[in-house]
Design a protein around this ligand. Structure first.
Ligand SMILES: NC(=O)c1ccc[n+]([C@@H]2O[C@H](COP(=O)([O-])OP(=O)(O)OC[C@H]3O[C@@H](n4cnc5c(N)ncnc54)[C@H](O)[C@@H]3O)[C@@H](O)[C@H]2O)c1
Ligand SMILES: [Zn+2]
Length: 338
């Protein structure tokens, strides 16, 4: 079988190795597609060299078909289409209060242990979600990032008729926007990249550039002065932190989706003045995966337009180099059987 490995120093190798039998409690998946996530790009840039065990096979946004079953696995069979929820919560403790997805000793599969950018992948059966036979495996590779969006919208408490402002129209921001719109929200996307603004418009969104228009004034006009009920911070930059407290209306909820690696200034006065709420959101829980699977199975949202390229696994080096050269694409999928 073919497997890719991040070797450090912005380089990947593609190696041939033996296909391994799944251990007890595991299944072997014939991986169909593995999406490239922003985190994978961070790993490629060497920003997570302290955390990953180089050389390492990365990848966690995937779809595939079960190819072999280890001892003791009863809920799944060979030929089942599946996705992996890449959270290894075997170290969960009572002090984690049952929130396994953010437990102290959580291991993220595909970062802390080998991932899906290989032809066959052995994973613990408890990470699996079964898909319907008719599910499109390309779209299914979006289930992991879509589950992030479902989780974010669920934690926001968004209800139909509310106005949601999404700061950042990258892959995650667009998925958040789709889920929020599907939940009945009026969605405004704020994005600075003109190509991504056009893409958001093509997807049917009201998308504006906050460096060209006064975003707060725009949202005020769209809401009869009420401003946003929910703000999703999905850009991960200081200007988004500056504007999130401005664009939120009274008792607005701000969901922190972006990962800010360093402490940053936020206008806390606005939390007092408008009784704002700040909600942290990290990955997903089982129910978010189930909702994302239902959305992908129904295929009524423009998921296909999210996939901007599909490349053979053997092109992995070129794929990451191209992502650096062209930041406009949304989701690149690796075809793991090629
Ligand atoms: N909470 C979680 O569990 C979770 C999971 C996945 C990703 N994330 C985080 O979500 C964030 C978004 O992920 P992504 O893959 O879509 O990243 P991305 O970098 O592709 O998207 C961010 C977008 O924000 C835009 N942007 C930059 N400055 C802006 C500004 N001032 N106003 C509005 N938009 C601006 C960029 O042009 C870009 O399109 C990242 O911080 C990522 O780490 C969090
Ligand atoms: Zn990811």
């Amino acid at each position: 079988m073919k497997a890719t490995r991040y070797e450090g120093n912005k380089s990947f190798s593609v190696i041939e190795k033996e296909i391994e039998a799944p251990s007890e409690g595991e299944v072997r998946i014939k991986v169909a597609y593995s999406g490239v996530c922003g985190t994978d790009v961070h790993i490629y840039h060497g920003m997570m060299d302290q955390r990953v065990d180089i050389p390492v096979t990365i990848g966690h946004e995937m779809s595939g078909v079960i190819d072999a079953i280890g001892a003791g696995v009863t809920d799944f069979g060979v030929g089942d289409k599946v996705v992996v929820r890449p959270l290894d919560d075997r170290g969960v403790k009572p002090s984690d209060k049952g929130f396994n997805h953010v437990c102290e000793d959580l291991k993220f599969i595909g970062i802390d242990s080998p991932g899906s950018m290989q032809q066959y992948w052995n994973v613990p059966a408890f990470t699996l979600h079964k898909l319907k036979e008719e599910t499109d495996l390309k779209l299914a590779a979006l289930i992991e990032p879509l589950s992030v969006a479902v989780h974010d919208v669920r934690l926001s408490g968004l209800v139909s008729g509310e106005t949601a402002v999404v700061l950042g129209g990258g892959p995650i921001g667009l998925l958040v926007a789709m889920v929020a719109k599907d939940a009945g929200a009026n969605v405004i996307i704020s994005e600075v990249n003109p190509v991504r603004i056009s893409k958001a418009k093509e997807l049917g969104f009201d998308a504006v550039n906050p460096t060209e228009i006064d975003l707060v004034q725009y949202v005020r006009e769209q809401t009869d002065g009420r401003l946003a009920d929910v703000v999703f911070e999905v850009a991960g930059v200081q200007p988004a932190l500056d504007i999130m407290t401005e664009v939120a209306g009274i008792r607005g909820r701000i969901v922190m989706v972006a990962i800010h690696g360093q402490p940053k200034p936020v206008n806390l006065f606005k939390f007092f003045w408008k009784e704002l709420k700040l909600i942290g959101a990290r990955v997903y829980e089982k129910e978010d995966y189930e909702k994302a699977i239902a959305l992908i199975t129904a295929n009524e949202l423009p998921f296909e337009d999210m996939i901007t390229d599909v490349q053979p696994l053997s092109n992995i080096q070129e794929v990451f180099e191209n992502i650096d050269k062209n930041p406009n694409g949304l989701k690149v999928l690796m075809d793991c059987q090629q």
